[in-house]
Structure formats: C-alpha cells, structure tokens
Write a protein of this length. Structure first.
Ligand code: VGL
Ligand code: ZN
Length: 257
C-alpha cells in the first residue's frame, strides 16, 4: 500500500493521506468556520484594536482567514457582524439615557470610556462603556473590504437590541435570547466549529465558549484572532482550555479539516 523511497523507507506522506481519508469516512465530521466581527471599526475605526492596550493590529487576521477560506474545505462559513442601533446601551455617549452605577464603589464626576457600569434592572446588566462603534448601516460596521466573502457564507447580526450587548455570536450577554447561529449549525449537522476574528478576549472568546457549551467540538484559531488586552487574551485562553476548547494555528487547521 505504501510507497517506499529509494532508501526503502516508508513514505508517510502517503500513509497520512490514507489515514486521514479513512478517519473522515468513519467519523464524518461536518465543519463550520465562524469569522467574528472582522469589521472596519475594529481594524481602523472607532474601536481599532491597534489603539487598545495590547496594541494588536486587527488587519493581521485577514490573510490567515482568506487563506483558510481558499484552502480549507469548511462545510459551512459564518460571518458574525456587530450591528448596533444608534441608542445602544454599550456606547459611552449614550450613558445619560439609562440609570446606572459604577461597578467599583469609586466616586467621580463622570464615567470614562471603558469603565464598567451596572445598569439598573431588572435584570441588572454589567456593561463596559465602549466608544460608539459598528452602528447599523455605517461604514465602520461593514466587513473589511479585504476580507474574502463567500457567496455560500451566512451573515449573523448581533447586538441589535438597544438594551443589551451581545459579545457572543450565539447569545446576548444576559443569555436571554439567541441569534440564528445555533439553528444554522444544527440544520447542517455541524460537529466541529472553528472560531477566529476580532476581538480575541471578547467576541471571539465568548463565541467559542458558547460553541463548546452547545456541544460542538470547538477550536479557536490563535493566529487568526487579535484582542484588546494581553491579560484579557491570556485569561480567555485559560478559561477556554479548561472548557475543552482547542487552541490551534491556521496552518494546523488545514490538517484537521
Ligand atoms: C466587540 C467590544 C464591543 C468585539 C464588540 O467584537 O469583540 N468588542 N463590541
Ligand atoms: Zn459592540
């Protein structure tokens, strides 16, 4: 069955090809790639990651993602899109619209960008106050023009309810309502979910968390994800690993799918 080269050694390339073929026949994995929030505002707009504490460049995720889209035969591809109404609760400049108190007992004149507050309930809702970003129909909310958009890909909108933020592409932050993402995956009998995009420690991390909680074998693609803060990224990684999520690079994914 195996080719031998001129020294009589077995050609493991051929072996590995056959082995992967049979594994696929037996296990029949159905794979989905979820590309989280690769939108202008997170790359060169109001919430550009390069100006966040970790100083990472959101731009860097585009080429590994485009490479995977051409080279890896995912069965299903999903683009999630952060899509906020103008009066969204997460915008710092909307902070006078709803009563809240600071999470810390700190006393100050006004709250700053990136402060964490608790909005009065019910239910009480913890929220980081972000700069205005990804407003519905705005340029900042568009997927980055260099990202390859597959015609067969699904686009899932999140954060559309003005009263609650939605970091995950599955659930809102209070876990009260779901997007259509889980239904799409179930309809295609997906077994294995690969997650990448922006931001690692926020929307990518929570999407991977909920994916594994839903029972999908879940892999986060490390080199195709960039984040807000180094501490946040490291904590998110530890939490994901504890929940059984695999952390891999895009060149490894080519051998997994
Ligand atoms: C995100 C902050 C606010 C993200 C979305 O996509 O990671 N971060 N909204
Ligand atoms: Zn947002």
């Amino acid at each position: 069955v195996f080719d031998e080269d001129k020294d009589g050694k077995i050609n493991f390339g051929e072996f590995s090809k056959l082995w992967k073929y049979w594994l696929k026949q037996i296990l029949k994995p159905v794979t989905a790639l979820i590309i989280v929030d690769v939108q202008n505002d997170f790359i060169n707009g109001s919430l550009a990651l390069k100006h966040c504490p970790a100083g990472q460049d959101g731009d860097c995720v585009i080429s590994p993602i485009n490479n995977m889209l051409t080279e890896v035969p995912f069965d299903v591809v999903i683009y999630s899109i952060d899509w906020h109404p103008s009066n969204h609760i997460s915008f710092h400049d909307n902070r006078t619209l709803r009563p809240f108190h600071l999470e810390s007992q700190e006393c100050k004149e006004d709250v700053d960008l990136f402060d964490t507050v608790i909005f009065d309930g019910p239910p009480q809702t913890k929220q980081v106050l972000w700069p205005r970003h990804c407003v519905q129909e705005s340029h900042g909310a568009q997927l980055h023009p260099d990202l390859k958009i597959l015609e067969k890909g699904y686009q899932v909108y999140k954060g559309t309810n003005p009263e609650i933020d939605s970091y995950s592409a599955f659930w809102d932050n209070n876990k009260l309502s779901q997007t259509e993402l889980c239904d799409i995956l179930v309809k295609h009998s997906v077994t294995d979910v690969y997650v990448c995009g922006l931001a690692y420690d926020i929307c990518v991390g929570y999407t991977a968390t909920h994916s594994t909680e839903h029972g999908f074998r879940t892999t986060l693609i490390d080199n195709a994800s960039k984040g807000v803060s180094m501490d946040g990224i490291n904590q998110m990684k530890q939490s994901l690993i504890k929940k059984g999520v695999v952390i891999a690079d895009s060149y490894q994914v080519k051998d997994m799918v």
